[in-house]
Design a protein around this ligand. Structure first.
Ligand code: AMP
Length: 540
């Protein structure tokens, strides 16, 4: 009679005085104390009527109580369904209908809106706030420190994580005990986690990265984590000297590099920096090494598959790649249209197979059929190729592929050229409707701070090329050194065939990103959908 996740990740905490969670104020919570919280949460879930296999939705801030709620779900055999606290009641309504959770634990501010919705769907609602207080906590306080552990099989569901999907309705990836545990073991070994490690945990826990990659790796290795409510650069700079590993999204690293206090001395005893969830610019990789002497370890995964590939701990960490497949994980590259295998070095659809891959999409058998091939490989939707040493290079999502005048343009290839031009901080290359080409390549650029001139200065000197900047809230007028656009054009001419070159450059103060630091290309496509139609009209 077992519960694999509990037995391997949580049971070992029993009787442990060693800190599991460390906080910014210097206080700690021992493994044993956390386990007691988890058992109280499990008992509270049972009081709420939760039985094994029931879904428990949580739309709460990142607190130890929220993490204990997840652990409580493992103990009670429930399926944990974390939701971004930023979702509106209408968005939450969709998950209530789709997943029909027995219980929704919600921030008190959202409880009123949720209760009406939940009542209509037979879901009970309890509250838990950013300080870990609320009706759910009060219920937990009345429960015993230990109790029964639900029996679960390897294939039983442990979590339902909705993908951030950019199109269509969100899909709930069904993650089994085996999916999560196999990846926890693999990552703890691949990244050489040990009991002395202190992970600086600044990621959200409603997403696979912070919830599973970070937390499970710590639990699987007897390590501990400095548990921060979110990313706060000052807090990170203060706490890095107490940590040995940082897991982050690329924006963590660019924000740290933007601060002169982030230097070699500060991280003298850090042993590992991991990046994932969005592409790390090769330039960031190099700048980080120059500043710190560390090479960031980039890995690749997704909600549906957990982690698939990782640059090696001991071997070469190659900038611009996400490394070879993790042990036990198979990667194949096939023709996106016909599904036939492609030769090494050829770009195609990335497929994944292994114990890490989810069981399919909740309530969406059709989508599950589309996502899995008969041979068990999962179609990731990511395009990429394997280099000569089987390191995977991702070139973008298939949905981001641009087909201009019948030719395929991989955004990353263009973005790399743009990002390498001095004065360009970052770029996002998208395809937007074009009267002649069907789709045209458009580059959305962010300039290095010093590269922009003030609009007034331009008016006085008559220098510069005026470019309209579509800022998120306000439209600003920005003027760029003509030299910068000329340098970009020259770099494009040198490196890329004409059909791959952007037909327009637009400048923005920052790229729109989601909570995981991913550039929201769908939003950019929407924003610039009329760009060429509008310019055609303007040209008339
Ligand atoms: P999510 O399900 O939110 O974790 O998003 C998964 C997607 O993020 C993948 O399918 C990739 O497109 C992207 N992704 C994750 N890690 C990386 C990485 N290291 N480099 C580039 N893209 C990544």
């Amino acid at each position: 009679m077992t519960n694999p996740l509990y037995d391997r990740l949580f049971a070992p905490l029993a009787g442990s005085d060693a800190p599991l969670l460390r906080f910014a104020d210097g206080t700690t919570l021992s493994g044993d104390a956390f386990l007691a919280m988890a058992h109280r949460a499990a008992a509270a879930l049972r009081v709420c009527g939760v039985t094994p296999g029931d879904r428990v939705a949580a739309q709460v801030e990142k607190t130890p109580e929220a993490l204990a709620l997840y652990a409580g779900c493992v103990i009670a055999g429930a399926v944990f369904l974390p939701l971004n606290p930023g979702y509106t009641p209408a968005e939450v309504g969709y998950f209530l209908v789709d997943a029909a959770p027995r219980l929704l634990v919600s921030d008190p501010r959202a409880v009123d809106a949720s209760t009406a919705l939940a009542a209509a769907h037979g879901t009970r609602v309890e509250s838990l706030d950013a300080a870990g207080a609320g009706s759910f906590r009060r219920l937990c306080e009345r429960q015993p420190d230990h109790g029964p552990v639900a029996v679960r099989a390897d294939d039983d569901l442990a979590a339902l994580l909705y993908t951030s999907g950019t199109t269509g309705r969100a899909k709930g990836a069904m993650l089994s005990q085996r999916n999560l545990l196999s990846n926890a073991e693999t990552l703890a070994a691949a990244w050489r986690f040990g009991a002395d490690d202190v992970l600086l945990h600044a990621l959200p826990i409603f997403h696979t990265h912070g919830l599973f990659v970070a937390t499970h790796t710590v639990l699987a290795s007897g390590a501990s984590m400095l548990f921060l409510p979110g990313f706060d650069r000052d807090a990170l700079l203060r706490l890095l000297p107490q940590a040995s590993v940082l897991m982050g999204v690329p924006t963590f690293y660019t924000r740290l590099l933007d601060d002169a206090r982030f230097d070699r001395a500060l991280i003298a005893h850090m042993r590992l920096f991991v990046s994932g969830s969005a592409p790390l610019l090769a330039e960031t990789h190099r700048a980080f090494e120059a500043r710190t002497g560390h090479r960031i370890l980039e890995r690749y995964g997704m909600t549906e598959t957990n982690m698939n590939t990782s640059n090696p701990y001991a071997g070469e960490r190659r900038a611009g790649t996400v490394g070879p497949p993790l042990p036990g994980v198979e990667i194949a590259i096939v023709d996106p249209e016909h599904g036939t295998p492609l030769a090494q070095g050829e770009t195609g659809m990335v497929l994944v197979r292994g114990p890490n891959v989810c069981r399919g999409y909740w309530n969406q058998p059709e989508k599950t059929r589309e996502a899995f091939r008969a041979d068990g490989f999962f179609v990731t939707g990511d395009l990429g190729y394997l280099d000569a040493d089987r390191y995977l290079v991702l070139v973008g999502r298939q949905s981001d592929l641009i087909i201009s005048g019948g030719f395929n343009v991989y955004p990353k290839e263009v973005e790399q050229v743009l990002d390498d031009v001095p004065g360009v901080r970052e770029s996002a290359v998208i395809g937007v409707p074009h009267p002649d080409f069907g789709e045209a390549v458009l580059a959305v650029l962010v300039a290095e701070p010093g590269a922009r001139l003030d609009a007034r200065a331009d008016a006085e000197t008559g220098r510069g090329v005026a470019a309209t900047v579509a800022a998120t809230e306000t439209a600003l007028e920005t003027v760029l050194e003509p030299a910068l656009e000329a340098a970009i054009r020259a770099a494009l001419d040198r490196s890329l065939a004409r059909y791959k070159q952007p037909k327009a450059l637009v400048w923005v103060p920052a790229l729109p990103r989601n909570a995981m630091g991913k550039v929201q290309k769908a939003l950019l496509r929407e924003r610039y959908a009329g760009h060429f139609a509008d310019s055609a009209i303007a040209a008339r």
